[in-house]
Design a protein around this ligand. Structure first.
Ligand SMILES: [Zn+2]
Length: 88
C-alpha cells in the first residue's frame, strides 16, 4: 500500500504522530524520514508506506512570509541601541 498526502505547512509533526500512533504496536519497524517539505513513513510490519508533501501553495506562503518575530527583535535591539546612544 502506498499513500501520498498533501499537507499544509506546520502539519508535518501531526502527520508523523498520526502514523506513529496508527502503527504503535509495530514501533520498532516504523521508519520515518523527514525532509524540509516532505515526509516518508514506512511500516515494515504492514508494508505500508505513507508519503506526505507540503502543498506548493503552502510552501510559497511559508517562504514568502516575512519573519515577523525576528524583525521585531531587530527593531527592539535597534531602539535599545538608539536610546543608549542618545542617553550619552
Ligand atoms: Zn504497521
Amino acid at each position: 500500500m502506498n499513500n501520498h498526502y498533501l499537507l499544509e505547512e506546520g502539519q508535518q509533526e501531526a502527520a508523523i504522530e498520526a502514523f506513529r500512533v496508527a502503527h504503535e504496536a509495530h514501533a520498532p519497524e516504523v521508519e520515518v524520514q523527514r525532509g524540509t517539505w516532505s515526509i516518508y513513513c514506512h511500516c515494515k510490519h504492514c508494508g505500508e508506506i505513507h508519503t506526505y508533501e507540503v502543498e506548493n501553495e503552502a510552501r510559497e506562503r511559508a517562504l514568502g512570509l516575512p519573519p515577523w518575530q525576528e524583525e521585531e527583535e531587530e527593531e527592539d535591539k535597534e531602539e535599545a541601541l538608539f536610546n543608549l546612544v542618545r542617553g550619552r
